[in-house]
Structure formats: C-alpha cells, structure tokens
Design a protein around this ligand. Structure first.
Ligand code: ATP
Length: 513
C-alpha cells in the first residue's frame, strides 16, 4: 500500500489535473498557502457551502444568516482579544533558516511517540489474534504505558508554558526533547517569539488620514457586532442562532499542508445565543448535531473523532474539535466552542453600547452566552476530496481512478455520451442535455471510445453517465451507468431525470441528519 505522503501527493496532483484546485498566481511560481479553485472545485465548494447552509439556516427556524463585511472597525479586534492574544509561538532554525511553530514541533514529536504505541498495538494484535483485547493492552502493557506517560507529560508541560506565556520554557522543552529541524537536521534554534497572525492594511487615501485595519481572522466577530440588529429586526427569541460563511485571513507561520492550512480561507460559522447557565446542555447538543451532519455524507464513521481541548482559548469555558482522518492523520476539521459572554461583554465595554437581550420569561435583561460551531470550508473540501479519491482494482486486472464524491456534492451530476459521433446519436444526446440542464449540472462528451469517457467521468467524480446508442433511436431508452458500482441499467429517457434527482437532491441527504 502507498504511504501517507504518496497518497497526499496524489490528492494534490489529482486536484490540479481535474480542475479542482490550482496554486494561486501559478505563472509567477505561486504564492505560498494561497490557492484558487478551478471549474470543478468551485462547484464542489459551492455545494458544500449550500449543504451546510440548508442544514443550519433553512432547516432551523430559529437560525438566520448574515453576510458581514471583511473590513471591520479596528476596535473590534481589540475587544475580541485578537490584537493582544491572537499569536502563535514561532521558532527559526539558524542553519536551514526555516521557520516553525514551536508548539507544532513539540506536537509532531508527540505524534511520533503515539505512532510507536500504534505499532505496539498492531504487533500485539497480530500475536494474539482473535483473543486480542486492545483496551486491556493499552491499559496494562508496560511499554505502552511508558510511551503514553511520556506523551501526556510533554503535552501538559507545553500547555502550561503556553498558558503562562513562558516562551523560554517552550524552547527548553524543544531542546530537552532533542528535536531537530526536519530540513537541516540541526538543533541550532533561535529563541521562541510570539507572532500575531492578523494581516494589517490601510483604509483611506492619504498617509496621515489613513486608518489601520485588519483583514478579519474569523467571521464570528461580524456576527457579534450585529447581534442586536438581527435580534431586534428579526424579533428573535433566545435561544437563536446567526450563521455566516465568508473569507477569513491568517498569516500562518507554517503553511505546508495544501488547503488544510491557508493564509486566505473560508469559514462557515454559527453563533447560537443562549441563556447563561444553559451552555453545557447546548454544547453537548451542538457537538452531536454537527457530528450527525458530517456522518450524513457517508465519508465513514471511523474517519471522525472528537478531541476535547485541555488548553482553552481566552474566550471559552469548553471546546472540542471534530477531527477527520486526513491523508496526514487525524486533524481538526471543525471546532465547537462554548464562548460564554466573553465577546458580547467585551464589545459592550469597548463600544459603550448595551448588547443585552430582554428575556420576557425571566423579565430581565442579560448578555447572552454563545455556543459556536466553526468549520473551515476548504478543510471540509479536503476531507471530502481526499477520502473520495480511490484506486480500484478491477476484475480484468486493470485499475481505475475514481473520485467517489457524495453525489449530492458532485460538481457535475451526469455526463451525456453518444456512443458514436454519427447516425443522429449526437442530436439525441444534445436534446437530453437541453432537458437536464434545467435541473442540475450536466456535460456532453463525444470524444474517444465510450470506455475512456467513462474513466474520465469516474476520475472527475461524475456520479452518472447516460449513453445514447442505436437502440435509443428505436425505443427511446438509454443506459445509465453508476459511478460507484459501474452497474448499467437500460431505462426510458423520460425516467432519467427522476433517477438522478433522487440521488442528488439535498433533501434526501439532509433527511438523514
Ligand atoms: P488550527 O489549530 O488548525 O490552527 P484553529 O483552532 O486556529 O485551527 P479555529 O480558530 O477554531 O481554528 O477556526 C475554526 C475552523 O476554521 C477550523 O476548525 C478550521 O476548519 C478552519 N481554519 C482555521 N485556520 C485555517 C487555515 N489557516 N486554513 C484553512 N482553514 C482554517
């Protein structure tokens, strides 16, 4: 089996080859950690966004959407804590001149220890066969316990030093663990420094009147500052939510993981305004709801896990990530954060405006608490795309590359293929395209043998191929081929629309939530 790195490389090259993702300004050798979506990528991204929006806004009568500007008054970021605390600890290697996130270097070291545990488990599973009890093994094997204690100890110390802003200790930890630069192999490190992740820019024409602004590092603040506008004009009653999708910008220190960590990316966030004291209940509810949304897409239950945060951000009283098994291991895909009244309370202070809700049941006003769900659209794209890409061995000893994107998200739903370029077959195929294009995205393809056209559509992820042949002229039937099973059925032309609609309609997928 190919190793993780090879699989990830394959994902990146496939995304480019089939018009999903290009490097930004590639003709000028690109811009690091910035990407463009191509003709198929834009459709997949739009469908994921829509799938989220319908689940959050359309299907919840107490959640509404907004679209706030990327530029916000600079005091917003003072109030939110981003000016003072939105930092990552960075460290440089003096020999390679490469820059790293100090916490990530330590975490990668811990991941290596955890990999050793995995190895022990695999070895033991082989040795004990069916009688192997993984849980018992993890809890009793001395070597595993030793590794686990080491890993836990390192993470605990890292968490504590970061919380206390003790950067000297973070460096000491890197030195004690003997961590070397992956490029130069040396331990010649600089001190650890804090680095603010916000991009600055200026508003205004002349140098002296210009105002310093930031590109928003998260969409959430656009929701907080509009909380009362929406609550009043929408006559919203607590609990209620405000949802938003849009661009966010972070000057990430290391950006080497394709669209997993970008400097310009898109978030899909929802802030749920609740009564103080009910946050635990809503935290559990939204964790469960969001996981169900993910599972409804059928990417495989084993590919998800929760990770509860030990070190909490300055605004949170509880936080968990939904992690996904990316080609480079389990990593954060979505965050569920119990943000207390930190944001609204802080905006009250900085703006001198009341941001309170009058609760008719309690007959009093209060600053609501907030439960947030925050997912990166690009990361979700990577989750869908990387798990969909598969190499299949076929019966006749050949292989096919197939992109098993959930049909509801696929950029193109059907390809219409005349078997031959003559005998009136293209005309009939064009007629089918004309009818279906009012329902969903379809393409017409007449180039090459039909087998090759099937492979092309498999690789780009089109769930259905409709083939027009001579029999079509006689009895108005076509063959419909299913991407995942490669099964072919002969059906009436009139039935095609319904067959495809059933499989691609968001309603059928969302009903699983
Ligand atoms: P990480 O620990 O990976 O840097 P984070 O904890 O800073 O992420 P949040 O601030 O909670 O992330 O942002 C919410 C979501 O936004 C994340 O779960 C992720 O899906 C997405 N996201 C954050 N940073 C990036 C980025 N640089 N590129 C792409 N998506 C991102």
């Amino acid at each position: 089996m190919a190793n993780q790195e090879d699989i990830f490389k394959k994902v990146i090259s496939h995304a480019k080859e089939y018009g999903y993702i290009f490097q930004s300004s590639e003709i000028y050798d690109g811009l690091s950690a910035v990407y463009d979506y191509g003709q198929n990528g834009v459709e997949l991204k739009k469908n994921i966004r829509e799938y989220w929006w319908q689940a959050m806004v359309q299907l919840n009568d107490n959640i509404v959407g907004i679209d706030a500007a990327i530029f916000m008054h600079p005091t917003t970021w003072k109030a939110s804590g981003h000016v003072d605390a939105f930092n990552d600890p960075l460290i440089d290697n003096k020999d390679s001149k490469k820059r790293y996130r100090a916490d990530v270097l330590v975490e990668d070291h811990v991941a290596k220890i955890e990999a050793k545990i995995e190895k022990e488990v695999k070895k033991a599973a082989k040795r004990f066969g069916d009688s192997f009890d993984k849980q018992q093994f993890l809890e009793t094997n001395p070597r595993v316990l030793d590794y686990q204690a080491k890993a836990d100890g390192i993470l605990k110390r890292l968490g504590k030093s970061l919380e206390n802003e003790d950067l000297a200790d973070v460096k000491a930890l890197i030195e004690e663990l003997g961590i070397v630069c992956p490029v130069s192999g040396s331990k010649n490190w600089t001190d650890v420094k804090q680095f603010n992740l916000m991009f600055g820019t200026k508003l205004g024409a002349t140098a002296d009147s210009a105002m310093d602004l930031y590109l928003r590092p998260e969409t959430a603040q656009g929701i907080f500052v509009n909380f009362l506008n929406v609550q009043k004009t929408g006559r919203m009653k607590i609990p209620f939510g405000i949802a938003q999708t849009g661009k966010a910008f972070r000057n990430e220190i290391v950006a080497r993981q394709f669209i997993f960590r970008m400097r310009e990316f898109e978030q899909m966030e929802m802030q749920y305004f609740i009564k103080p004291g009910t946050q635990k209940e809503w935290y559990d509810t939204w964790k469960e709801k969001r996981l169900k949304w993910h599972l409804s897409l059928g990417l495989g239950q084993d590919n998800y896990r929760f990770h509860d945060h030990e070190k909490l951000a300055h605004y949170a009283d509880a936080a968990a990530d939904i992690e996904f098994r990316f080609p480079f291991g389990f990593k954060e895909l979505e965050g569920i954060h119990s943000r207390t009244d930190f944001d609204l309370g802080s905006h009250e202070k900085y703006s001198n405006k009341k941001l309170q809700y009058f609760d008719p049941e309690e007959n009093k006003s209060y600053v609501p608490y907030v439960l947030e769900t925050s997912i990166g659209l690009d990361r979700m794209f990577l989750a869908v795309f990387s798990s969909a890409l598969q190499e299949e061995e076929l019966e006749n000893n050949t292989t096919r590359t197939v992109l098993k994107i959930p049909a509801v998200l696929a950029p193109t739903k059907a390809a219409i293929l005349p078997l031959l370029k003559r005998d009136g077959l293209p005309e009939v195929a064009h007629k089918i395209v004309e009818e279906l294009k009012w329902e969903f995205n379809v393409v017409y393809d007449e180039k090459d043998a039909v087998g090759r056209r099937y492979r092309r559509q498999d690789a780009v992820g089109t769930p259905f191929c409709i083939t027009v042949d001579h029999q079509t002229l006689e009895d108005e039937t076509v063959t419909i081929r299913h991407r995942d099973t490669m099964e072919q059925q002969r059906v009436k032309v009139d039935a095609v629309k319904d067959i495809i609609s059933k499989e691609v309609d968001m309603r059928y997928w969302l009903q699983r939530i």
